[in-house]
Design a protein around this ligand. Structure first.
Ligand SMILES: Nc1ncnc2c1ncn2[C@@H]1O[C@H](COP(=O)(O)OP(=O)(O)OP(=O)(O)O)[C@@H](O)[C@H]1O
Length: 798
């Protein structure tokens, strides 16, 4: 071992010591410095720490034993009727006994352990000579009545807690209170306890113990502590005028006086709180059978349960309402420009919704944010307001540029949603001269986009990823304009970051400047999306979630149910559900979601044949038609929209009264978004899901949502035969296309496509139900792609 000798000058501090001293110093990274017993520094330290802990423990034990001994002596003295005076007691008074114990444990200086609150330093008053104490007190009886005065538990503390409970009752804290008011309902309002107390036997019993007011006819006084009752130290009976007497009579001493505050320490009433019902039950077992205490307990339990349930549902309702127009804040108080506020007022927005309030402050600070809020709670305005503020700021500070930059880019998954967002932006820009919004979506001519962008340069651009990427890749002027981008918004962010859009999103974000603010909005944010949100968001982004933990992601004002019916009668069930809804609702507005575009088309044709007022919307329809239907459905009442998932997300159709989902949704989030088309802006709504028995696996994913089972509606024979006739009128090509689409959809659901044979069997049943003689043949390529090559029942095109 290499060591170093250090020569240190010591003479300045210790004049009498030699001028120099030698130290063996540990070299850097060298061997151990040893302590007695060959211990190193850490071992030595740990050893001493351990010793200190043990010492502390020992002291505590001694204190505890001392305390128990003291209690025992006190009881012994009180039970035998001996005064607590050391001189007059044989063989030893409690006090003397305790002191002797203390001396034994802790001599010298045992007095130091005495806490003024704990011990009988002074002699307690002698019992009244007029009422001598009965020496024949049955200890076992005392112990039975624990909860009130038994002191026999192992550690002595348990009982103290109950007394503490009594004490607290007096003070109005009322935690352990219920034990006192035995045979009663909880809720002594005066003390802030739940319930009320009934039962005279127990009341009396209680009064004896804690010095209650004993006015028998005053129900409210049950469990109430007498104003006279005080808590003298080591006073066997309270000073309450009545309690002393009655306490003696009942053979049980009031034990209030035994406990001082300090002795209770952290062992507070909380423990009692948990035991209330159990204690009562124990007591019920022991007590006479005449009393119906057990029934009362059940009553109490039920009452508590009901009350809790009611409180929970009220709280949830409030939180849902809150989410829509809860905010006390007005837009003008939150940094929104006066011109925007004016436009908001015109649009009928007076107060902010919760998500708007929570988001605005974060966004105006310039932070990135991931925002989750239930469907229909005002997320669109929540991102448009900061977007407009960003544009205003950029236009004021920016220099005049030859090519005006796009300051805000809003991406969303569907054309209809893009159009809706652009429309709402225009509403908010109403009074902002010179600011404009443009839209880039598929289904329109590319050249028309270019012309519009050139003639009408905008600061805000709303786009679907596919068409935006076309523009970026075509090297149109848009790429240059996007270099000035200040804010990127993803509406329905979880969908955009999902596999279907991921590649496009990556390419788009690569072309955007890194120094920008990014905002992600959705009603659902699954974990995996949260992870890949890093693709867009900065590390230090804010997370705004207006859905309280443990609350469902769906709106509580929407009644949710499902019916299970054999797959071949789904069309009939839907027809009957619609009929029932229409008959009970004058201004009905219904959306029926189907699994695919072609099944949507088939459903539409069938219901139209059945003379219902229906419209259809799905991706196979031309864009102009889709836009027209959206506008019509927004404006109308008494209309049914048969839709694929193109209108499942974000679409704001006002006052939808019912949403029917036919067949299993692709996942839980899709269910929530479809359901979110009703019950928007704080309104009521209803959602029904129609499932085949083999589709119920989806219910497992929805188990945290309040979805209840209801019975399938009865379809009468007349309606059945009418539907068969109507089905027969529909073109075979539509049915065949529906079959292909149906098979493709269910084959994409892993839960169902696991068993390919069953899948094909079900598809063939579907064929029958739509009136096809035999399943249409599929291209070999399709069959291979679907993994159905060797599955019986599949027909392959020659
Ligand atoms: N502050 C407000 N005051 C009154 N109405 C509002 C307010 N904010 C939004 N709304 C209205 O609430 C409705 C729902 O708003 P919005 O479409 O923005 O909801 P969303 O949260 O984006 O829904 P989704 O999750 O389906 O996309 C709209 O009719 C909108 O006009």
């Amino acid at each position: 071992m290499i060591t170093t000798i250090i020569v240190r000058e010591t003479s300045r501090t210790f004049p009498r010591s030699p001028p120099f001293s030698l130290f063996w110093a540990r070299p850097m990274g060298g061997g151990p410095r040893t302590f007695p017993g060959g211990l190193n520094k850490w071992q030595w330290k740990r050893l001493h720490e351990k010793k200190a802990i043990n010492k502390e423990k020992r002291l505590l034990d001694q204190e505890k034993q001392l305390y128990q001994a003291r209690l025992r002596s006190q009881i012994r003295a009180s039970v035998s009727g001996q005064p607590d005076d050391p001189s007059s007691v044989t063989p030893m008074s409690p006090q003397a006994h305790v002191k002797a114990l203390a001396d034994r444990f802790l001599k010298p200086g045992a007095e130091d352990l005495w806490n003024e609150d704990d011990g009988p330093i002074h002699s307690p008053p002698k019992p009244s000579p007029s009422k001598p104490i009965d020496p024949l007190i049955d200890h076992s009886k005392m112990q039975q009545k624990r909860g009130f005065c038994c002191l026999r538990n192992d550690d002595g503390y348990d009982n103290l807690l109950r007394f503490r409970g009594n004490l607290q009752q007096k003070r109005g804290f009322c935690k352990g209170h219920n034990l006192m008011g035995f045979k009663g309902k909880m809720g002594q309002k005066k003390n802030g306890c739940p319930g009320n107390v009934k039962g005279k036997v127990k009341k009396k019993f209680y009064n004896k113990r804690i010095g209650c007011s004993s006015s028998d006819d005053d129900e409210e006084d049950y469990g109430k502590v007498s104003e006279n009752a005080r808590w003298p130290r080591f006073n066997f009976v309270g000073n309450g005028a009545k309690s002393e007497e009655e306490g003696e009579k009942g053979g049980i001493k009031s034990v209030r006086g035994f406990m001082g505050n300090a002795t209770l320490g952290k062992y507070d009433v909380k423990v009692i709180k948990r035991r209330i019902v159990k204690e009562l039950e124990e007591y019920a077992d022991q007590e006479d059978e005449e009393t119906d205490l057990a029934d009362t307990i059940q009553e109490i339990r039920h009452e508590i349960y009901e009350k809790k349930k009611m409180e929970e549902s009220e709280a949830q309702e409030i939180s849902n309402e809150d989410e829509f127009v809860a905010s006390e804040k007005r837009f003008e108080d939150c940094g929104v420009s006066p011109l925007t506020v004016k436009a908001l007022t015109d649009a009928g927005y007076a107060m902010m919704t919760k998500v708007q309030e929570d988001t605005l402050s974060v966004c105006l600070e310039g932070k990135d944010a991931l925002v989750k809020s239930r469907a229909g709670t005002g997320k669109t305005a929540a991102f448009l307001l900061p977007a407009i503020e960003t544009v205003l700021k950029a236009t004021v500070s920016g220099k005049a540029q030859r090519v005006p930059p796009v300051y805000v880019l809003i991406l969303c998954p569907t054309r209809e949603l893009a159009s809706q967002i652009a429309a709402e932006t225009r509403v908010l820009l109403k009074y902002h001269d010179g600011l404009d919004v443009q839209m880039l979506v598929g289904g329109t001519r590319f050249k028309d986009d270019l012309k519009r962008l050139e003639s009408d340069p905008c600061q805000i651009l709303v786009a679907t990823p596919g068409r935006l990427l076309d523009h970026i890749e075509s090297r149109s002027g848009l790429s240059v304009r996007l270099m000035g981008l200040k804010m990127l918004v993803l509406d329905e962010a979880d969908h955009l970051l999902n596999l279907g859009f991921r590649k496009d999103m990556e390419k788009i974000t690569d072309c955007l400047p890194r120094r920008r603010q990014s905002l992600l909005f959705s009603a659902t944010v699954p974990k995996e999306v949260r992870r890949i949100s890093q693709l867009v968001l900065k590390r230090d982004h804010a997370l705004v979630n207006t859905v309280d933990a443990g609350c469902p992601d769906s709106n509580s004002k929407v009644k949710q149910s499902y019916v299970i019916a054999s797959h071949d009668i789904h069309f009939q069930v839907v027809y009957q559900l619609l009929k029932d809804h229409i008959s009970g609702m004058t201004d009905y507005k219904v959306i029926v979601f189907c699994t695919t575009g072609m099944v949507t088309s088939l459903m539409y044709l069938l219901l139209r044949e059945m003379r219902l007022n229906v419209r259809e919307i799905h991706s196979r329809k031309p864009q102009l038609y889709r836009s027209r239907i959206v506008e019509e459905f927004k404006q109308s009442k008494r209309l049914i929209l048969i839709s694929s998932d193109v209108s499942a997300r974000g679409m704001n159709f006002p006052d939808v009264t019912l949403v029917i989902q036919v067949g299993t949704p692709s996942d839980r989030d899709q269910y929530i978004h479809r359901l979110g088309r009703t019950g928007r802006a704080g309104k009521d709504g209803e959602g029904i899901m129609v499932l085949a028995p083999w589709e119920v696996h989806i219910l497992e994913d929805l188990k945290d949502l309040p979805v209840e089972r209801s019975s399938a509606p009865h379809v009468d024979q007349d309606a059945k035969s009418k539907m068969e006739e109507s089905m027969a009128k529909i073109d075979v090509s539509v049915k065949e296309a529906a079959y292909h689409a149906w098979l493709g959809y269910y084959n994409s659901l892993s839960e169902i496509s696991r068993d390919k044979t069953s899948l094909v069997e079900r598809a063939n049943q579907f064929c029958e139900s739509i009136g096809l003689d035999k399943p249409p043949a599929l291209f070999r390529k399709t069959v291979v792609k679907m993994g159905l090559k060797d599955i019986p029942g599949i027909r392959i095109r020659k």
